[in-house]
Design a protein around this ligand. Structure first.
Ligand code: SF4
Length: 470
């Protein structure tokens, strides 16, 4: 489905390189591959061993970087970031990596996720005299690190991490060292690869493929990695807890060519589609998926149901970004501009329309209408994830509870609102089984809190949903 009209938005992607003569260029390509994780800002910080060099700005990676920018991004190591604007608000001051300079040394920080105790930590820091310049959680982490005083940075980072709660996958760069870490539950994805002798780190493995790097392993929950002139060292800043990697990464956010926690995203979506066909069978003539993220699940559904898969919906690829607008009316127009139903495929047919999720329902209603206007006699909607009933506190903008159609409507009511002939969702058990399969649940379990309301971390009364931080 189309992120900008659906109301589901990823909040960031991180990329890092250590030990490569073209570290900035590699990071630029890596960020390109991660562009789907955030389109509102991008930045790269490099080190040449003596000084940090920074370039960042608002917009797409290509808007922010041009060839002449790379001559100033010197050095053998770099960290980069793409961001979606809602976390901490838009504007240049929140574009990451954030850089903190001091007389002795500087530090750049890039972070994907959301801290559930950020509000309390901010109040504490301000009461102790810290001046926060941005509304971003990343700055909270930086202040906690700086507050540790005259201890080795690795120790200071470990002690800061022991105070923060929530979801975080981060990279930190100083003049001489790089640090990589993941929260104790591994809520967000983070992988390590090799590019020749260089180390690379990315939110998704699709970034490795683009630069020709090979996948090495996942960053482990609760792990802190240090890379410097002495090499690569790993330690646990805390014991790993039950893994709860965001299931929406598999359902919707990540690219199908990425592997997350050693499972290919396309393969997992296909399994979800197969499982959905078993759970909610229907007699129909064709199966179609809503491009792009629902195609894999639609193929799986088609295979399991033995109903032919067809391209019943086509994405209009070159629609301008002008349509990314918050108003409901423009969102509705956006669907029409971005998707077309293929009359030759759906006319006179009973169509199964597979989509990855329903957020507000507006988009589904429009797509059902598009298919019917193109002559579909019946439209059966099958959703390859459970109903989203709760907001996410871990770095995904899912909207507030009130905006989520499934939070206050039964499945039958939703069916009626979107105008489908039938509607069914994948069960939470089916979703978990599609991702965990026969692997150890402790290391491969997933978060399903936006479906179930069972948040894997404590949620504080003042925990803020990222989209509504400002
Ligand atoms: S609440 Fe939903 S979107 Fe948020 S981390 Fe959990 S599964 Fe992902």
């Amino acid at each position: 489905m189309l992120a900008e009209i659906k109301g589901l938005n990823e909040e960031c992607g991180v990329f890092a390189v250590w030990g490569h003569e073209k570290a900035a260029e590699m990071t630029y390509y890596g960020l390109h591959a991660l562009q789907h994780r955030g389109q509102e800002g991008a930045g790269i910080v490099t080190t040449d061993g003596k000084k940090l060099h920074v370039h960042k700005g608002v917009g797409l990676v290509n808007d922010v970087f041009s060839e002449d920018k790379f001559s100033s991004l010197k050095g053998h190591a770099a960290i980069g970031h793409v961001r979606y604007a809602t976390q901490g608000g838009g504007g240049f001051e929140n574009v990451q990596p954030l850089v903190f300079r001091s007389q002795k040394n500087s530090m750049a920080l890039a972070h994907n996720g959301n801290l559930v105790n950020a509000h309390a930590l901010k109040s504490q820091l301000e009461a102790q005299g810290s001046i926060l310049q941005t509304t971003s959680d990343t700055e909270v982490i930086a202040h906690l690190i700086k507050r540790s005083g005259n201890v080795p940075l690795e120790e200071a980072i470990g002690s800061a991490l022991s105070m923060i709660k929530g979801a975080y996958a981060f990279s930190i760069l100083t003049e001489e060292q790089m640090f990589i870490g993941l929260d104790p539950r591994g809520l967000r994805p983070l992988s390590i690869g090799r590019l020749g002798d260089a180390y690379v780190v990315a939110s998704e493995t699709c970034a490795f493929d683009l630069i020709g790097a090979t996948y090495e392993r996942e960053v482990k929950p609760g792990e802190l990695i240090v890379i410097d002139a002495e090499g690569f060292r790993s330690s646990q800043f805390t014991s790993p807890l039950q893994r709860t990697l965001c299931s929406m990464e598999y359902v919707y956010f990540s690219r199908p060519d990425s592997d997350l926690n050693e499972l290919n995203v396309h393969a997992s979506r296909k399994t979800m589609g197969k499982q959905l066909a078993l759970e909610a069978p229907i007699e129909a003539d064709v199966v179609t998926g809503v491009p792009d993220s629902s195609i894999s699940a639609a193929i799986g559904f088609s295979e399991a149901a033995s109903i032919p898969y067809e391209l019943g919906l086509i994405k209009n690829r070159y629609v301008g970004r002008t349509f990314i607008q918050p108003s409901q009316e423009l969102r509705e127009q956006g669907v029409k501009m971005k998707l077309s139903a293929v009359r030759g495929i759906v006319e006179g047919k009973r169509v199964v329309m597979v989509d990855d999720s329903i957020v507000r329902g507006t988009t589904s209603r429009r797509i059902v209408r598009l298919l019917k206007e193109a002559g579909a006699t019946e439209v059966h909607v099958r959703i390859a994830s459970p109903p989203i009933q709760n907001p996410c506190y871990y770095g995904i903008d899912t909207s507030t509870k009130g905006e989520l159609i499934a939070s206050h409507n039964s499945i039958e009511e939703i069916r009626e609102i979107i105008g489908a002939d039938s509607l069914a969702f994948l069960s939470t058990e089916g979703l978990e089984a599609s991702i965990v399969a026969d692997r150890d649940i402790k290391d491969h379990g997933v978060c399903q809190a936006c479906f179930t309301g069972n948040y894997p971390t404590e949620i504080y009364p003042d925990t803020v949903i990222p989209a509504y931080k400002d």
